[in-house]
Design a binder for this molecule. Structure first.
Ligand code: BES
Ligand code: MN
Ligand code: ZN
Length: 497
């Protein structure tokens, strides 16, 4: 799909469909008023008939526009006539985009970047327009015979006044980079576990390394992990015939001596639970247990494409968790890279075993901050559902920065406490700690476990178990939290400039 900024007068923009907003009580946005004038009051007539009230998210498609180079007009309701919240803006935009699924509509002009949004300017708006069109256009076809159904939309024009051309173009470029990262993440996540193995993920990282000069990739093999003493990570992969990989991506966009931001993504390409086998129903969805890793790949791709002036390290510990004669047994005791010992009371709590050794490994980069993302606990779905990702961490400033980025990116987070009192739940009679904390507060005890390996780090953990994919009829990856992480990185780059 092709995106462009359009500064010509609306009436001159030849297109298959033009999207304009209308507010409640029959009030027209500037573009709607302009089109209304150039079409002998067509839009006013539709409003008078009551075909659209202007409620946020409503749409009406006007199918023929007499004597015009504009093929169709899509009216979209915006709600009350005042600055919209970012959320309301995105809701209106998404419903407009989703109602354009006709094969004849190839070139769309979107006039919604003129709409006032609280605290957001032209750049944010054109970025959102790109991200939302791209999100709607994503279709998984990789393992389908019929690949012909990929989006019919070919060209999206975003209108902007001449005076705002520069910010509109910056937003468009950021949007393209972020949307590309999100699509890449979704595709990797949607691929089945018999294709998307740890080796496959490693190859994808190497592919990115070839595309971007500032990005270098190294892959740690099991023998390297052995040498490093990564007993926790290796214990998970012992039960799998696929060799584990620890993918290290090094993006050097900043000053040589500026401390890197480290992103760690759980890359479990399939989680059957191991000897503590999961129930069969819905187990296919455990191909999504690598969504954290996929989001790190997508975020690094976007960061490299945006040429951000930052140093960023992506680390993806990748393995499968399967039952096997050589798999972890409940009661087994492991020695992690940090030297701390772990009693495996449930082999299905494997993500933290991968992450703990990767957290220890991350210390060698002398990071500014470390953020891990993981589909870590079913308990996160119980606590928060599928709306926000869970946020926990040992550094308030980092958590606040992430919360602020999540607001701007409309990729929500909710912070949970990581109080000392919860640590007790991880007591083991036979090792330094157990790998589970019992029935209560599962998301918090998982983060407590990780926190023991992050004592020397400014660290935050995102539990994306509820947000990385949709279940049910629209089952599929969401690409979250790539938008949030990109926003955090953009903010970091801006604050040092
Ligand atoms: N990958 C799962 C978490 C998960 C479950 C994510 C369902 C999304 C949906 C993780 O490895 C796991 O199995 N966690 C266990 C932990 C428990 C044994 C303490 C869980 O949540 O049941
Ligand atoms: Mn598990
Ligand atoms: Zn898992």
């Amino acid at each position: 799909m092709d995106y462009s900024i359009e500064t010509a007068p609306l009436e001159k923009l030849q297109c298959d469909c033009m999207i304009v907003g209308v507010y409640q009580d029959q009030q027209l946005s500037a573009s709607a008023a302009r089109l209304n004038n150039s079409t002998q009051g067509l839009i006013g007539k539709v409003l008078n008939r009551g075909d659209i009230s202007g409620k946020n998210g409503e749409t009406v498609l006007l199918n023929t526009i007499p004597d015009s180079v504009i093929g169709r007009i899509l009216l979209v309701g915006l709600g009350e006539n005042k600055a919209l919240t970012g959320k309301a803006y995105i809701k209106a935009l998404a419903s407009a985009v989703n109602s354009l699924k006709k094969p004849q509509i190839k070139f769309v002009v979107c006039c919604l970047s003129e709409i006032a949004v609280e605290g957001c300017g032209q750049q944010w708006k054109s970025r959102q327009i790109v991200e939302i069109f791209s999100d709607a256009a994503y279709q998984y076809t990789h393992t389908k015979s019929d690949k012909g159904t990929e989006s019919q939309l070919e060209k999206i024009g975003i209108t902007a006044p001449e005076t705002e051309l520069v910010s509109a173009q910056i937003g468009l470029d950021q949007g393209k980079a972020i949307a590309g990262g999100i699509s890449f993440t979704k595709l990797l996540a949607d691929l089945p576990a018999n294709i998307c193995t740890p080796t496959y993920l490693a190859k994808q990282a190497l592919g990115l390394g070839e595309k971007f000069a500032k990005l270098s990739i190294s892959i740690l093999e099991e023998s390297d992990m052995e040498t490093l003493g990564m007993g926790a990570l290796l214990s998970v992969s012992r039960g799998s015939r696929q060799p584990a990989k620890l993918i290290a991506m090094d993006y050097q966009g900043g000053e040589k001596n500026s401390k890197p931001i480290v992103l760690i993504g759980k890359g479990l390409t399939f989680d059957a639970g191991g000897i503590s086998l999961k129930p069969g129903l819905g187990m296919d969805e455990m191909k999504y247990d690598m969504c954290g890793g996929a989001a790190v790949l997508g975020t690094l791709q976007a960061a490299a494409q945006m040429n951000l002036p930052l140093n960023i390290i992506g680390l993806i510990p990748s393995s499968e968790n399967l039952p096997d004669g050589d798999a972890n047994r409940p009661g087994d005791i492991l020695t992690s890279m940090s030297g701390k010992t772990i009693e495996v009371l449930n082999t299905d709590a494997e993500g933290r075993l991968l992450l703990c050794d990767t957290l220890t490994y991350s210390e060698r980069y002398n990071p500014d901050v470390v953020i891990d993302l993981a589909t870590l606990t079913g308990a996160c779905l119980v606590a928060l559902g599928r709306i926000p990702s869970g946020l926990l961490g040992n550094d308030d400033e980092l958590c606040d920065d992430l919360l602020a980025a999540s607001e701007t990116a409309n990729d929500s987070l909710w912070r949970l406490p990581l109080w000392e009192e919860y640590q007790e739940l991880l007591k083991s009679n036979f090792a330094d700690m157990a790998n589970i904390g019992g029935k209560d507060a599962g998301t918090i005890t998982a983060a407590c476990f990780l926190s023991r390996f992050a004592e020397n780090l400014r660290w935050a953990h995102l539990d994306i178990a509820g947000t990385a994919w949709r279940t049910g009829l629209t089952k599929g990856a969401t690409g979250r939290p790539v938008a949030l992480l990109c926003q955090y990185l953009i903010n970091r780059a801006a604050s040092q400039a």
